[in-house]
Design a protein around this ligand. Structure first.
Ligand code: FES
Ligand code: FES
Length: 161
């Protein structure tokens, strides 16, 4: 594509401002994976695998263009951990409760679960199921994912709100 057809965007990704020239047709997931090399966001299902947070809300990054994220903030699975080499509470609970098998859906599931907990720190089972209902998992049967979120978010007195 000729250079004059490229569009300049500036997107804050995982807290870092990233500027790039992209084709208008470039999807957000292709921008994240191919330009920024953030390959934790998976693609290929049409059922939520490619979820990222856009200004805090979960979106399907295959269903929007990178230019639509200009001047906004994106969090990918790489940005969920508090520090490099650490896991978030929910990531840790996914390991603890065996909430993944092949792992293909896991980045999108983690994004959906983090978005839920950001707005509802102690979700009940129905809220967890609703939050992940747009994400397909071929392996786990979902119960372990629900268990992991409950484990990570249980109030200290053990009750669920
Ligand atoms: S690749 Fe985007 S919804 Fe599955
Ligand atoms: S762990 Fe395999 S698709 Fe969910």
């Amino acid at each position: 594509m000729s250079k004059d057809k490229l569009m300049k965007i500036a997107v804050k990704v995982n807290g870092v401002l990233r500027e790039a020239q992209v084709e208008p047709r470039t999807t957000l997931v292709d921008f994240l994976r191919d330009t920024l090399l953030l390959t934790g966001t998976h693609i290929g299902c049409e059922h939520g695998v490619c979820s990222v947070l856009l200004d805090g809300d979960p979106v399907r990054s295959c269903c929007m263009f990178a230019v639509q994220a200009d001047a906004l903030s994106v969090t990918t699975v790489e940005g969920l951990a508090p520090e490099r080499g650490q896991l978030s509470k929910i990531q840790d609970a996914f390991c603890e409760k065996h909430a993944l098998q092949c792992g293909y859906c896991t980045p999108g599931m983690l994004i959906a679960c983090h978005a839920l907990v950001a707005r509802n720190p102690h979700p009940d089972e129905a809220a967890i199921r609703e939050a992940i209902s747009g994400n397909l998992c071929r392996c786990t049967g979902y119960q372990q994912i629900v268990d992991a979120v409950k484990h990570a978010t249980a109030p200290k007195d053990g009750s669920h709100g």
